[in-house]
Write a protein that binds this ligand. Structure first.
Ligand SMILES: N[C@@H](CCC(=O)N[C@@H](CS)C(=O)NCC(=O)O)C(=O)O
Length: 229
């Protein structure tokens, strides 16, 4: 029996020619959820082992691969570790034929713009959420106000996009959108996102029937308090 490698996966025994990758994630992470949904949607679960990692933990199984300490992180079979959602998606996409890929290319600038818009909103929500997890006396009202406004502004733009027929294709932007509002639904309830956004609400609710969405719903709760700076 070969020794287990960091992350708990035994190295490939060479019995097949398939590439084996490890996707490190945390169940509450909206970024990592996009990658996890991609693995399911692309039908590559036999090629990518999903490994749960703790965050902000010096003993995390993630750190030997990714000193940044963030998820998603995708470890290739030669040990190369990709971080950041978009490069991770690029690599996952490369395992399937071009017609089935999730990330839009430069030939689809609107779809690319939609994906970027959603990722930008998640960035804002993550900052807002992190601020709310601090002890009350450490919170910055200015940061909270800025990110609250940014998030509402982008969500309003996304509502208009969806009402105009956007996000109709199940691509990276679609799954990022589902992940963003799934995070608000379960972990960042400070943002009452459904109110006044019927098109987004309908799209989000319909998406819950998809296997990749249903199987990756984040746990409820805000997550642990941010460590002291
Ligand atoms: N820009 C990164 C953001 C990833 C990120 O912030 N992930 C969070 C989880 S939602 C994380 O791992 N946080 C751990 C930490 O900040 O130490 C991406 O696109 O993947």
């Amino acid at each position: 029996m070969p020794p287990a490698s960091p992350g708990g996966l035994a190295p490939s025994t060479g019995g097949d020619s398939l590439t084996l990758m490890r996707l490190f994630h945390a169940p509450g992470s909206p970024y990592a959820r996009i990658a996890r949904m991609a693995v399911i949607e692309l039908g590559i679960e036999d090629r990518v082992t999903v490994v749960e990692a703790t965050l902000r933990d010096p003993a995390s199984v993630l750190l030997p691969h990714n000193p940044v300490g963030r998820v998603p992180a995708l470890v290739l079979d030669d040990g190369t570790t990709l971080t950041e959602t978009t490069p991770v998606l690029m690599m996952l996409d490369s395992l399937v034929e071009p017609a089935r890929r999730l990330l839009p290319g430069p030939e689809a600038p609107r779809a690319l713009a939609a994906y970027g818009r959603v990722l930008g909103m998640i960035d804002g929500i993550a900052v807002w959420n992190r601020e709310l997890r601090r002890p009350e006396h450490e919170r910055s009202p200015g940061v909270i106000a800025l990110e609250t406004q940014r998030t509402a502004r982008v969500a309003d733009a996304l509502e208009r996009d969806v009402a105009a027929g956007g996000f109709a294709v199940r691509d990276a932007g679609f799954f990022a959108l589902v992940s963003a509002f799934g995070y608000c639904e379960r972990r960042h309830t400070a943002f009452v996102w459904r109110q006044g956004r019927p098109a987004l609400t309908a799209l989000f609710d319909a998406a819950q029937a998809l296997g990749s969405v249903a199987r990756t719903v984040p746990p409820a709760g805000m997550g642990s308090a941010a460590p002291a700076a």
